[in-house]
Write a protein that binds this ligand. Structure first.
Ligand SMILES: Cc1ncc(COP(=O)(O)O)c(C=O)c1O
Length: 464
């Protein structure tokens, strides 16, 4: 899939100076081009394709470059900086840990790890009895697959099947990419695990509600699962469901009845349920975890990103008897539970509570969604739907000329917004995502949304 190419020739753009934004140079900044040149030369191109600005520092909900420009950040670096960039309490905790001169212990015990784990278990729901810490999100999802399979095998050796949903993001390692069930992205693997069954994702736009009768999403799930049975899959050989708590690229939540039917089915067949909360966890959706919107209880959850709000830390959390399945020493990673990461993550949890950030997310989410809903009414030819909850939104962009979803137009809007001092989540697809730090002030949120609207207008004007 060829993506949109951002303009790397410095463009003269309008001067911007407001309370929260400054744009005073050409964009991209001519002096910054050397950084892109070096990255192009020395780094795998797989890391490239992002908006062409060079971050110098980021504080709370603003990002600064070295040349006097400043952006309102609607990305939180993809929902990591929920407590705000360079949060002072996290910086303080990191400085304390650095001055204490303990930055790594491998799997040797250290105090801050025990303190953090105790706190994590205290603030998470009751089924979360034990956790295992890793670095990347993809390690956490692979670990959950391992735990679900070990749990299944303890019941019977053939109970190793994993059901996931097509198009879901669980990371970039082998198992995680297989779960996605996308033959394109997992072509490099060369085969699919015959015991992984990615079901079609229940996209809301695939069905039409008939007059007066809401669509039966529970029945939809039962039909999908029945197709597996017809292909010869024995349900008693399924050990787990792996569910991205909403589909990332478009913030697409599952219909509640669909997940509730899944949870009932899982209990009937002794199947564990894992929610991958790596992107949506820790308040982004207006609840601590996204699965709480579905009124179900999982067996395991995977966390990452906003778990530490800063450094690389991920986790799998669940019931004691599942978490203790691997033998002592058989599940570890060199950087698991690094003292700096644990110190940052402990401060992160304390900040979320101290600043009531989950409630803030729900409340500011109302402002965000009410603005976006009005925008959709104003630009029905450009916006086909608005999805998401809390301080998380995805705008599905359509081309007014042919009414088709248009990823190039979405990229162009992101580029335009960048030139005006606003950073949006560029997905490379037909969606634009919005997810500012949960600490953003209401006037900065309003200002950013107005810039988003202006960017749509500008792109529309250019196209017509
Ligand atoms: C839902 C979800 N799961 C897993 C991952 C992988 O996390 P990481 O990039 O830390 O490996 C991501 C990353 O974007 C994600 O959004």
């Amino acid at each position: 899939m060829t993506g949109y190419n951002f303009i790397y020739v410095p463009q003269k753009v309008s001067f911007v100076q407001t309370k929260y934004r400054t744009i005073k140079t050409k964009i991209p900044v001519p002096e910054s081009l050397v950084v892109f040149k070096d990255l192009k030369e020395y780094e795998s191109r797989s890391m490239h394709g992002q908006l062409p600005i060079v971050w110098d520092r980021a504080e709370d909900f603003q990002v600064f470059d070295k040349y006097g420009n400043c952006w309102i950040d609607f990305t939180s670096t993809i929902f990591l900086a929920n407590i705000g960039h360079s949060n002072p309490m996290v910086i303080k905790a990191l400085q304390k840990q650095l001055n204490h001169k303990l930055v790594h212990t491998y799997t040797f015990a250290h105090e801050i790890r025990a303190k953090f784990l105790k706190k994590l278990i205290e603030i998470t729901p009751r089924f979360c009895e034990k956790a295992f810490l890793l670095s990347a999100g993809t390690e956490a999802t692979e670990c959950a697959v391992k735990l679900m399979r070990m749990h299944g095998q303890a019941i019977k050796p053939s109970k190793i099947g994993i059901i996931s949903f097509q198009g879901s993001m669980h990371g970039r390692t082998m198992g995680a990419e297989m779960l996605k069930g996308d033959l394109g992205t997992s072509a490099w693997i060369g085969y699919m695990d015959p015991n992984m069954y990615p079901l079609p994702f229940p996209y809301p736009w695939l069905v039409e509600e008939s007059a007066g009768y809401p669509y039966d999403w529970a029945e939809h799930f039962r039909k999908d699962i029945e197709t597996l049975h017809k292909k010869g899959v024995n349900f008693d050989d399924i050990c787990g469901f792996m569910i991205e708590s909403y589909q990332g690229w478009g913030a697409i939540f599952y219909p509640k009845a669909n997940i509730q039917a899944l949870a009932i089915f899982a209990r009937e067949h002794g199947i564990l349920v894992t929610f991958d909360e790596i992107q949506g966890g820790f308040g982004r959706s207006g609840k601590l975890f996204v699965y709480q919107h579905y009124d179900v209880e999982p067996d395991l959850i995977c966390l990452g990103k906003a778990l530490s709000g800063s450094l690389p830390l991920s986790a799998v959390i669940g019931r004691r008897e599942i978490m203790d399945l691997p033998e002592t020493g058989s599940m570890s990673s060199t950087h698991s539970a690094n003292p700096l990461c644990c110190a940052a993550a402990l401060a992160n949890i304390e900040e979320i509570a101290a600043k009531n950030l989950i409630e803030e997310s729900a409340q500011k989410g109302e402002i965000l969604h009410s603005y976006l809903d009005k925008l959709k009414d104003k630009y029905p030819d450009h916006i086909s739907c608005i999805l998401g909850k809390g301080l998380l939104a995805a705008i599905i962009v359509t081309n007014p000329k042919n009414h088709k979803q248009d990823r190039f137009l979405a990229s162009r809007i992101c580029e335009k917004a960048m030139q005006k001092g606003l950073l949006l989540v560029h997905t490379g697809r037909e969606s634009i995502k919005i997810g500012p730090p949960l600490t953003i002030s209401e006037d900065a949120l309003d200002e950013g949304l107005a810039v988003f609207e202006e960017s749509i207008c500008d792109v529309d004007r250019e196209e017509s």
